[in-house]
Design a protein around this ligand. Structure first.
Ligand code: NBY
Length: 832
């Protein structure tokens, strides 16, 4: 290769591309320049972080060209745009991902090397933006990647939390939380758009008056006004020119603020009010699947939704279009009900600000929104106390009453006075206190409603959204989740990526169905050997991290059995613990028995206020302490709780998995996406027929999937017939032994009370049917063990498993959203 930039030094094997600045020499120069001109540093005094920043800026500069070109083209050609509204984006670190999508990983590595730097060491430096709790936030991030890769015009809207999901540490086996100060060292990936800001009102009251034409008008006089400022992050597609925008809103005090609302000279209250304003985007609520009916949370939701809708209307009008055509320009996807207040807010903007009549405003609104539901747990459906709601959003309360009045009139005729159904459909719930039902607002205000896996979408129609399905069946769809192969294979597992590409080329990275081409290689002994070698290397690397983080030795030759996700009773991490203790007892009774050595790896955060989940973490660690140090066990089973599960750690864990545990009670996990990432990386699944497990099993083949447990229908049946966990306990000696052992204090220094809350809830309630599924789980684990003994067969299963995961790319999901809900088309971006 020649050095195309003409400087003739010839030491770089990579072609210089002077137009896009992606060659090694230009990158080197850019890194040096950024270090000097942006940070005022030079090599002699530059820290690791300085270099990280210099590279990040150099890469960002390369994104900007594509970003500007994309925005320009969308504006000039007036394309239809997807607006994805999500309170959470769990992006993970940017640098390596952007290098991959730009296609300059190797070049940057080389540039660093020539500057005496180690790129991987610098990549490890990046603090990830943890602006989400779990699956829902990560899905939003995968979807942003796929939208850009598919060259679809899209904006992601959300909140720029100053503190993301807490950092987890483990002390004495218990979870302790620390704040996530991710912006501490600055964020090179965002651009503050100070000029792009909107005023957001809160509280106060609504004045009504008649205008000159005698029309009834509403004037919302707020108690508080907050300014939302846009912070933009470019999201680049994989090897395309498209760079979409993730626009996150930060709350601030309005400029005139301290003079406007406070007595002159009252400096303290002026400062205090600044703090109140900044509080709104201060911190992410760390609950998943558990609503917290707090005023500040409602304020957050309204804050980002109002900023976003005002922004969209602004974009639309600046293009010279009519407000009446808003729904033709934008389709707004609601990521769960967190942004569902948008339905009422768009009505307010169209009527109170843009002077439309009700019918017209409603027509536009109900053609704009589409709603994705992410949960079947009834307790997780969002509601707001009506009084609280009215005190934060008085105008929206009026609007919701009026939306509901008109809807109930319609429903009364449609349902011919079926009062029970009508009250279940009503946007307002009655009880000791009235409340607003956000899922109902979302269903009524949207033209499409979807679940996130086939089973989930079916169950929605039969359970939590049954009445809506019967009234409006045409709105209901399924969109099975997917994950981006760029982050979860190319970035997380370059070794497996290279091995796959060496046989079937690189097309699969953009068209995951091409993995099918690997199937014949399952019969190729050489390929199987290489496949298992990659897995072994990844296990060794994880073992090294475990040693470094926890001081614990684990054997990379043992089976890596992995259960990583948020800690929740329905996800049943404690069922896994029952299995581990059962195995432990078997070995104790028969120390010479032939067992396949296993390393059980757990990771996940518990919501800080969720006592039982925190107790589950303590139980895992307590069992680990005994098992890991028992000489009879002699290292044959090890239990690891890897702290602070986040995107960065997930990228290290998935590639090292032999077994993926997906063991939720059937009918509870909407989809799951960790199941997809693990399986894609060659892990075999042990799972229930829940969420997307059902579809994964269909694709990989039942012979490559370890199924156990009751089906969703059976779960419902067992429950309706009066489930008695005690019967399972008293009739199954192994189960009884395990529970008694926990209760005896065997794992807790003879303190028999520590885990009582957990064991009691199992013995007397067991909502999630651990005891009913226990024996089936144990039996299935024995089959896993047998299968693992035949490593050649295991390799074959693992390869076929990966080869058949093509369906679970987020590119496929996004294609379906585009074609079947959004009706948007790809717009290839050209660089001039
Ligand atoms: O969404 C998850 C589902 O549990 C999982 O099955 C699915 O694969 C994934 C993507 O569709 N849901 C989830 O992660 N939910 C949350 O994180 C969450 C966060 C906040 C709140 C509720 C749920 N909240 O009410 O504040």
């Amino acid at each position: 290769a020649t050095n195309g930039n003409g400087n003739g030094n010839g030491h770089s094997p990579y072609l210089e591309d002077s137009r896009t600045g992606l060659g090694v020499d230009t990158l080197k120069r850019a890194i040096r320049n950024n270090l000097f001109y942006v940070q005022g540093k030079f090599p002699e005094i530059a820290t690791r972080n300085d270099y990280y920043m210099a590279i990040a800026y150099a890469v960002r500069d390369r994104l900007l060209q594509r970003w500007v070109a994309s925005v320009k083209q969308y504006i000039q050609e007036k394309h239809r745009v997807v607006a994805y509204l999500s309170a959470e984006y769990l992006l993970g670190p940017h640098l390596a991902n952007n290098l991959i999508n730009l296609g300059i990983y190797k070049e940057t590595e080389q540039a660093c090397k020539e500057l005496g730097l180690d790129l991987d060491w610098l990549i490890e430096k990046e603090v990830e933006p943890g602006l989400g709790n779990g699956g829902l936030g990560r899905l939003a991030a995968c979807y942003m990647d796929s939208l850009a890769t598919l060259e679809v015009p899209a904006i992601g809207y959300g909140i720029r939390y100053q503190f993301g999901i807490f950092e987890q540490d483990i002390r004495d086996g218990w979870q302790v939380e620390d704040t996530d100060n991710w912006l501490r060292r600055g964020n090179p990936w965002e651009i503050a758009r100070r000029e792009l800001s909107y005023d957001i009102k809160f509280g106060g009251y609504v004045q009504t008056y008649l205008d000159r034409a005698g029309k009834l008008c509403f004037n919302w006089i707020p108690e508080l006004v907050v300014k939302g400022v846009a912070y933009d992050t470019p999201i680049l597609g994989y090897k395309v020119n498209t760079a979409n925008t993730l626009r996150l809103w930060k709350s601030e005090a309005p400029h005139s603020f301290d003079f406007q609302s406070f007595n002159a000279g009252d400096y303290n209250s002026a400062v205090n009010s600044k703090i109140i304003c900044e509080n709104i985007s201060k911190v992410l609520y760390p609950n998943d699947e558990q609503i917290e009916g707090k005023r500040l949370r409602l304020q957050q939701q309204y804050f980002f939704v109002s900023c976003s809708l005002q922004d969209m209307i602004g974009i639309h009008l600046r293009q010279g279009e009519k407000i009446h055509d808003f729904h033709k320009k934008f389709v707004v996807q609601l990521n769960d009900t967190h942004p569902a207040i948008g339905v009422a807010e768009l009505m307010r903007l169209l009527m109170d600000v843009h002077q439309l009549e009700w019918e017209e405003a409603w027509d536009i609104t109900s053609k704009t929104f589409a709603y994705t539901n992410h949960t079947l747990l009834p307790e997780a459906l969002e509601t707001w106390d009506l009084q609280l709601f009215g005190s934060v959003l008085p105008r929206h309360l009026q609007l919701i009453y009026e939306i509901n009045r008109r809807f109930v009139d319609y429903a009364t005729i449609k349902l011919y006075g079926n009062h029970q159904k009508i009250s279940s459909l009503s946007l307002i719930g009655e009880g000791p206190r009235k409340y607003i039902k956000m899922a109902n607002l979302a269903c009524l205000g949207s033209f499409a409603i979807n679940g996130v896996a086939a089973l989930h979408s079916e169950l929605l129609k039969k359970t939590v959204l049954k009445d809506w399905y019967e009234l409006m069946p045409h709105k209901f769809q399924n969109k099975t989740n997917g994950v981006t192969p760029r982050r979860w294979m190319v970035l997380a597992n370059p070794e497996l990526t290279n091995l796959i590409s060496s046989r079937i080329g690189e097309g699969w990275i953009k068209n995951l169905h091409e993995l099918k081409g690997l199937e014949p290689f399952a019969d190729d002994p050489e390929f199987r050997k290489e496949w298992m070698q990659v897995k072994f290397n990844k296990k060794k690397a994880l073992a090294k991290r475990i040693k470094k983080r926890l001081g614990l030795d684990v054997d990379p030759n043992s089976m890596f059995d992995i259960l990583v996700k948020r800690i929740h009773e329905y996800k049943r991490q404690h069922l896994k613990v029952l299995h581990i203790i059962t195995l432990y007892n078997q070995i104790k009774k028969n120390p010479n028995m032939d067992v396949v050595p296993r390393t059980f790896i757990f990771a996940g955060k518990a919501a800080p206020g969720y006592r039982k989940a925190k107790l589950m973490i303590k139980l895992i660690n307590s069992v680990g302490e005994i098992v890991n140090n028992d000489p009879d066990i002699n290292g044959r089973i090890k239990v690891v709780f890897y702290p602070n599960y986040n995107v960065t750690n997930a990228q290290k864990i998935y590639p090292a998995a032999d077994v993926s545990e997906q063991i939720s009670t059937a009918g509870k996990e909407a989809s799951g996406t960790g199941n997809m990432k693990l399986s894609l990386n060659g892990a075999l699944t042990v799972g229930t027929l829940d969420g997307a497990n059902v579809e994964i099993r269909e694709c990989v083949g039942e012979e490559n999937f370890f199924l156990f447990g009751l089906t969703a229908d059976e779960v419902a049946k067992v429950k309706s017939e009066g489930y008695k966990p005690w019967d399972y306990y008293s009739e199954n000696p192994n189960l009884k032994e395990v529970i008694d052992q926990i209760n005896s204090g065997y794992f807790s220094h003879l303190d028999s009370k520590v885990f009582k809350e957990l064991t009691d809830s199992l013995l007397y309630d067991d909502q999630y049917l651990l005891f009913a599924d226990y024996q089936s789980y144990i039996d299935t684990q024995a089959k896993v063990e047998e299968a693992f003994k035949d490593q050649d067969k295991w390799a074959r299963m693992s390869i076929l498993n990966t080869a058949r995961m093509g369906k679970f790319s987020s590119d496929r999901s996004i294609r379906e959203y585009c074609d079947e809900i959004w009706k948007v088309e790809s717009v290839p971006v050209t660089l001039d």
